[in-house]
Design a protein around this ligand. Structure first.
Ligand code: ADP
Length: 368
């Protein structure tokens, strides 16, 4: 993630009653953030104690040298290109893709913010304020590895359980054993729930390692929605699902993945509107996009939660929803799938009234 900002506020006049030079020295000295300053010739002219501690270098060992000597070679070139274009136009630049090496040659990753200090219109110094994110990255990698191994290991027994449950169901139907069939239906329901949760975990692992395959082809989205709603209506007893409108055209998409997104939106609409009994699926087109919207009349989502629900593992803290099972992965997976189709997924919702989840996909061909 790289970000560019406008002119840094250090250029503004302030009414500080103390010498700014002393203030800067003191702040940098006690700051837990490693800080490094170079002049316009690219020579290191200041480092603070936090930086000494992170890198193992003393100031004398790096004084006058170019910070390039610290680069581990792993920072992508595009980051440097963006950095120099931002600094030369007087802007602040941040990136979490900076990889440097310590004196003992071990690598570390930092989130760094760079900004120029100007005299008049001319850059005089470049300041780099760092945040060591090495541990955070390692934790993320371990967590992803754990999720991936655990979900693979869980998938095999659950698939076997599911297969035997279906076999048993056939026998009980044949024997007209309704009492045991009712018991078995609970086992099948819970097994399906577990399968869906494990599939979500597996998908997240694959999405992050870039291993989730996509097989795009021309799709008639109207027909796909129609078929999926018919299939889902067989298993959803509590709500009716109505389709409004149509999509005049085709989109380029992976049928299974788009079905996965729609299934997630519709099952969420059911899950989070237990007091309602209907769901609307709106289909429409603009000049360039096909739009599908799934509307429910349930709990709704607070404004403060709406920006987070598409991130991994995020679930709202709503008390009413406390008993509803989930990992907070479905919308993250759905939004990643839609992004890979060059589309957009968003929500409009009002607490207590209901939610409408929209996704748009670029039209391949439109017809009237
Ligand atoms: P899960 O449903 O498994 O928790 P999702 O990623 O599908 O995970 O959803 C994330 C969170 O967004 C849910 O926990 C819920 O709080 C909220 N949410 C999703 N869909 C709806 C909906 N239709 N109505 C209200 N809240 C919703």
């Amino acid at each position: 993630m790289d970000t560019k900002h406008g002119e840094h506020s250090s250029g503004e006049t302030t009414d500080l009653l103390i010498d700014e030079h002393i203030l800067f020295r003191k702040l940098a000295y006690i700051s837990p953030n490693p800080t490094l300053i170079t002049n316009t010739k690219g020579e290191i002219c200041y480092v603070n104690p936090a930086w000494n501690q992170l890198t193992g270098y003393s100031f004398d060992e790096v004084k006058g040298k170019n910070p390039r000597i610290l680069n581990s070679g792993k920072t992508p070139r595009r980051v440097f290109r963006k950095l120099w274009s931002a600094l030369s136009s007087g802007q602040t630049f941040s990136s979490d893709e900076i990889f440097d090496k310590r004196k003992d040659q071990s690598e570390y990753q930092i989130y760094a913010t760079y900004f120029p200090i100007k005299r008049g219109d001319v850059n005089e110094f470049y300041v780099q304020v760092q945040h060591d994110i090495t541990k955070q990255r390692e934790m993320n990698e371990k967590r992803n590895m754990f999720i991936s191994i655990a979900s693979h290991e869980l998938k095999t027994p659950i698939t076997t359980l599911s297969a035997y449950a279906q076999l048993l169901k056939k026998q009980l139907v044949y024997q007209c054993d309704n009492k045991n069939l009712a018991l078995l239906s609970h086992i099948i329901y819970e097994t399906n729930r577990l399968t869906n949760l494990i599939d979500d975990l597996l998908n997240v692992g694959r999405l992050e390692s870039g291993d989730l395959p996509f097989y795009p082809k021309a799709l008639n989205l109207s027909a796909l929605v129609q078929q999926l709603v018919t299939d889902l209506s067989q298993t959803i007893q509590t709500h009716t699902i109505e389709i409004k409108g149509s999509i005049k055209g085709t989109v380029l998409g992976d049928k299974n993945r788009i079905e996965q997104v729609l299934t997630n939106l519709i099952t969420n609409a059911v899950k989070y509107s237990p007091q309602a009994n209907r769901i609307l699926v709106h289909l429409s087109t603009t000049a360039t996009m096909a739009i599908v919207a799934v509307q429910d009349f349930g709990y709704g989502i607070d404004k403060k939660d709406q920006q987070y629900i598409f991130t991994r593992f995020y679930r709202t803290q709503d008390k009413d929803e406390g008993s509803i099972a989930g990992f907070g992965l479905g919308l993250y997976i759905a939004s990643e799938i839609i992004k890979r189709h060059k589309g957009k997924l968003w929500v409009e919702s009002k607490k207590g009234t209901g939610s409408t989840f929209y996704f748009s996909l670029p039209l391949l061909r439109s017809y009237n």
